[in-house]
Design a binder for this molecule. Structure first.
Ligand code: NAD
Length: 430
């Protein structure tokens, strides 16, 4: 049976969740406090780059299943299921900032007029759902059930990930809420895992922390490979064929970034600490990740004999390919470090230039194509593995660079081939 659904927060998770649930036939109203964003969405303008999303939004607006609204008071009373998908960014000390979700819970409580299932989709530390339940109860006398339903979509393939999830986690306290969630997701044909709030919250953090650990692990292996003369790509291949290990997330590079891994690892580390447990492993995962940014700068410094006044071309600003998200992007963090050392930076990203300009404008030169960035530069740093960079015209690259120096932070090129072409080429762990 199709449901009336409210989505609070139209970021990557909220907008994808709302649009996909509308596509499944539900009537969905997406609410945000950002008026400008809502006005644009009503016209079909998507605030960020995500493959397939724009067309799906337009289609569902047209079929009158997807609506956008700033006023919760108009939306909550009619909703049977209310998703909270607001941000949970890091506080200064690494803990998750719960102020947005607490405010959203207060707003839900104040506007609840009949029974509804309130679903926490934002990533939150264990015990948060209990707290959210308490906040809603404080402002409402209407019956409701709270559900923890963390999201695992990845930016760049978010629509596909939502429609074909590996698993759906349902942390609930009532059979009624479990049944409603099961019905809602029945079209997705994915395994459902029923558990309590705390385990559901922990599944999300443990998953992200484990993936981040894999990345930091392979980066440390890469660093040892450079000393002993081994090749990290071959190590990853050899390791990955063991099904107990798996081949994914064994890509050495500049360290993980984005809007989730860094903040979620910090938040789990912090949450464990607050609950009296010192999570030593995660402390190292974070340290290794920070160090990975610095190591590439050391390599560059050595290659160029210092960085002051050197011109660095950077290809890629997004935290990974197929997104325009630059939150905690390795590229942006490395650029800040380079600038601090007196280097000059010319950068290009196929779609993230606009977002990067918000933090880096005035500080670096933004180029509207990859070759403009390398013209006259002392070195090219590959910082995001966009397909476009994999297909570069190397003769052109060599001609345009002041010196044929390439530091490949994503291991996208073949070292032997690059050497043969006359490049002074350095990558990670090879
Ligand atoms: P985001 O920052 O892109 O979007 C959050 C949105 O919520 C913003 O548009 C903001 O204006 C809105 N908002 C804040 N307070 C509000 C309120 N009281 N009422 C209405 N709207 C409000 O965030 P995101 O990247 O979509 O992440 C949301 C949550 O999902 C986070 O907890 C994140 O960790 C988690 N998550 C994110 C991803 C991802 O890839 N981005 C994947 C899985 C889980």
């Amino acid at each position: 049976m199709k449901k009336n659904i409210a989505i609070i927060g139209t970021g990557y998770v909220g907008l994808v969740t709302g649009t996909c649930l509308a596509e499944l036939g539900n009537k969905v109203v997406c609410v945000d406090i950002n008026k400008n964003r809502i006005e644009n969405l009503k016209k079909g303008f998507v605030p960020f780059y995500e493959p397939d999303l724009k067309d799906l939004i337009k289609k569902n607006i047209k079929s009158k299943r997807l609506f956008f609204e700033t006023n919760l008071a108009l939306t909550i009373p009619q909703s049977e299921i209310i998703f909270i998908t607001v941000g949970t960014p890091s506080l200064e000390n690494g803990a998750a900032n719960l102020s947005y979700i607490e405010k959203a819970a207060e707003d839900v409580g104040k506007n609840l007029k009949k029974y509804a299932v309130v679903v926490v989709k934002s990533t939150v530390p264990p015990k948060t759902c209990q707290k959210i339940k308490g906040i809603i109860k404080k402002y409402s006398h209407k019956p409701f059930d709270l559900v923890s339903n963390p999201e695992f979509l990845r930016e760049g393939s978010a629509v596909l990930d939502f429609m074909k999830p590996d698993r759906i986690i349902i942390g609930a306290e009532s059979k009624k809420a479990e049944k409603i969630m099961k019905e809602l997701y029945s079209a997705l044909k994915s395994p459902l895992v029923y558990t309590n709030f705390e385990s559901s919250e922990m599944i999300k953090y443990a998953s992200n922390a484990f993936l981040a650990t894999k990345i930091s692990f392979i980066n440390e292996i890469a660093n040892v490979c450079e000393i002993v003369g081994a090749d990290v790509e071959e190590i990853a291949k050899g390791m990955g064929l063991d099904p107990r290990i798996g081949s994914q997330f064994l890509k050495a590079g500049l360290g993980y970034g984005g809007s989730c891994f860094p903040k979620d690892v910090r938040a789990l580390h912090q949450s464990a600490g607050t609950n009296g447990y010192s999570f030593c492993l995660l402390k190292s995962v974070i340290e290794v990740n920070n160090n990975q940014r610095k190591l590439v700068i050391e390599k560059m410094e050595k290659m160029l004999g210092g960085l002051k006044d050197k011109i660095i071309a950077v290809w890629g600003l997004a935290f990974k390919a197929n997104t325009d998200d630059i939150r905690e992007s390795a590229s942006v963090e490395i650029i800040e470090l380079l600038l601090g050392m007196g280097a000059k930076v010319k950068a290009y990203d196929p779609i993230a230039n606009k977002n990067a300009k918000k933090t880096l404008s005035e500080k670096i030169i933004f180029c509207d194509n990859s070759y403009k960035a390398i013209a006259g530069s002392d070195v090219l740093l590959i910082a995001t593995d966009w397909d476009e960079f994999k297909k570069a015209d190397f003769l052109k690259v060599k001609k345009l660079l002041k010196h044929p120096n390439i530091i490949d932070g994503k291991n996208i090129y073949n070292p032997a081939k690059m050497k043969k072409m006359g490049f002074n080429y350095i990558s990670i762990g090879r």
